[in-house]
Design a protein around this ligand. Sequence first.
Ligand SMILES: Nc1ncnc2c1ncn2[C@@H]1O[C@H](COP(=O)(O)OP(=O)(O)OP(=O)(O)O)[C@@H](O)[C@H]1O
Length: 299
Amino acid sequence: MITVEELTKRYGANVSVDHVSFRAQPGTVTGFLGPNGAGKSTTMRMMTGLTPPSAGHSTILGVPYAELPNPGRHVGVLLDASAQHSGRTGREILRLGATVMGLSRRRVDEMLEIVGLSGDEGNRRVGNYSLGMRQRLGIAHALLGDPQVLILDEPANGLDPAGIHWMRGLLKSFADRGGTVLLSSHLLHEIEVIADHLVVIGRGVIVADGSKAELLNAAGTLVRGLDPDALERCLNLAGYVYQLEPDGAYVVDATREQIATATARHGVVVTELRGADGSGLEDMFLQLTANDAREQVTA
Ligand SMILES: Nc1ncnc2c1ncn2[C@@H]1O[C@H](COP(=O)(O)OP(=O)(O)OP(=O)(O)O)[C@@H](O)[C@H]1O
């Protein structure tokens, strides 16, 4: 479990992170989503003791990160895959980590294999690694101490589609075994696929926090009927608020189960029934991005 309470970071007159609070639960992948410069990395750096907060605090497994004994055995952290010493080989970096954490050397070979780095690649200097290989090495380092919690900043950066697919499977199974995963991204779709819970940050402030189902359902349900008039009568009888789209579909403020029950009761034939594309979340996210000064300059 990760708990973040009112974390705040000021740099001079600028507030980069403003009273941020959220939780990441065990058995769950929590996506920390926000456009560039929103405050994701700063929040994660404060959580892992690398940046002192101006106010607020956070705990991991019930204690502040700095108070965890042998932290790598409890929390795997990947904040900047390019921050590794470029003159060392991947294997040397993992061996150092294993020594610090009191682990056997066998664990290093296991980790190289798990993250898909060959023996030959493990013996190459990190300065010659691609960004994707550095991410794999960073994930190996984070998993080395068999932690219960993972904190990963943009771990998909630089991975190819097969690498992203592999990483999703890895993180899902980590959470399925009871682990807590917090991962950040600036891409909604990337995080939507893997996260169970979403925390959205914009300009240092949390703007949404809920289960993926809740946040995506907030966009409503799209339903289309063989006989649109009959469908509309049915929605009116059920008392649901809806909006008629230009293409004849109805976006209804109700769940799929509620609409299916109502249409079945009134004998209305439905030809399409699905979540309305999560457009509420996407709109909110685009608005956050568009309001950013960077976008206005290029607009
Ligand atoms: N050391 C620092 N000194 C001054 N300002 C900083 C410092 N570190 C971060 N900031 C500012 O804090 C804000 C948040 O930055 P942060 O790196 O946390 O965003 P982010 O959400 O991780 O963005 P990205 O997706 O681009 O990595 C930015 O405006 C950034 O310029």
